[in-house]
Design a protein around this ligand. Structure first.
Ligand SMILES: NC(=O)C1=CN([C@@H]2O[C@H](COP(=O)(O)OP(=O)(O)OC[C@H]3O[C@@H](n4cnc5c(N)ncnc54)[C@H](O)[C@@H]3O)[C@@H](O)[C@H]2O)C=CC1
Ligand SMILES: O=C(O)[C@@H]1CCC=N1
Length: 274
């Protein structure tokens, strides 16, 4: 287990949407709540988290003293303020893991005591259902043991792979933001069901189950997505009529542009920017 079996304490600094999703996943995976600390900007939020998950609410400075692994999950724009408060309290034997989009490990290394190991991770919200995709890159002081400790945490809530840090902005565009694109598609396709006269709940159920079935086939069949799509696309049939509309509206080009925009935005956040 990520923390309790190794006797290590993990602190979440900034426990918002992704922080709480990760925290709940770790607890489901068997981490002892006594080994988990949380911090929040508002005391009421910290108390709520402690009550809901049975973990301990602490200040950022206390987290730095008490925890072996510090998972920083504030917005990139808030990372500068957090580091100003935190850095004086972080001994270089702590592992600092940032889940923030855009910000490079070097940025943290400049602000922390010399030699402090930093690992950058881009997770995604399906960690809530143990189907997360996390991409891990080590900074210049992160050892194999630090990377393994980080992998153990993120593998308890889904898949985790290592990539060179230069590919983190692209990974953020693909898997970090990725779930949002699928939700957007489901929302639009459900609206299409309404246009075709179906009740909203029926339209939702038809699309969600189709998405689940298609996802499992993509994962388990080993087939290329083109093959899977061709198997649905009968000659002179319904699917090709829809595909023509998607191509007419440049949906493929829109996706290329959308993910490039997400990658560019991640790059812009490199300095914790606005
Ligand atoms: N939401 C997502 O799907 C993903 C988010 N991320 C990254 O995770 C980070 C957090 O994103 P979200 O959870 O979406 O944002 P969020 O706004 O839900 O959570 C951030 C939390 O940090 C707290 N916070 C801010 N400053 C603080 C401080 N000094 N001390 C303690 N707590 C503080 C805020 O009150 C808030 O609860 C971002 O850096 C984002 O790039 C990464 C992967 C996926
Ligand atoms: O939208 C964002 O900036 C964050 C990072 C990846 C997913 N959500």
């Amino acid at each position: 287990m990520p923390s309790s079996a190794s006797g290590q304490k993990i602190a979440f600094l900034g426990t918002g949407k992704i922080g709480e999703a990760l925290l709940s996943g770790l607890l489901r995976a068997g981490t002892d709540p006594a080994d988990v600390l949380v911090t929040a900007r508002r005391p009421e939020r910290a108390a709520e988290l402690a009550e809901r998950h049975g973990v301990t609410a602490v200040t950022n400075a206390e987290a730095a003293k008490l925890a072996d692994t510090l998972i920083l999950a504030v917005k990139p724009q808030d990372m500068g303020t957090l580091l100003e408060e935190l850095a004086p309290h972080v001994a270089p034997d702590r592992l600092v893991v940032s889940a923030a989009a855009g910000i490079p490990t070097a940025w943290f290394e400049e602000r922390l005591a010399a030699g402090t190991p930093v690992v950058r991770v881009m997770p995604n919200t399906p960690v809530l259902v143990d189907e997360g995709m996390s991409v891990i890159s080590g900074g210049s002081h992160a050892s194999e043991a630090h990377l393994e400790r980080t992998e153990a945490i993120f593998r308890s809530v889904g898949k985790a792979i290592r990539l060179p840090e230069a590919q983190q902005d692209a990974a953020t565009a693909l898997s970090g933001s990725g779930p949002a694109y699928f939700y957007f598609l489901v929302e639009a396709m459900t609206d299409a069901g309404i246009l075709l006269g179906l009740p909203r709940q029926v339209a939702h159920d038809l699309i969600v189950q189709s998405a689940i079935g298609a996802s499992i086939m993509l994962r388990d069949s080993g087939e290329h997505p083109v093959k899977l799509r061709e198997a649905v696309t009968s000659p002179a049939g319904t699917t090709i009529a829809a595909i023509r509309e998607l191509e007419n509206h440049g949906v493929r080009a829109a996706l290329l542009g959308a993910l490039e925009a997400a990658r560019d935005r991640s790059r812009e956040l490199a300095g914790g920017g606005k």
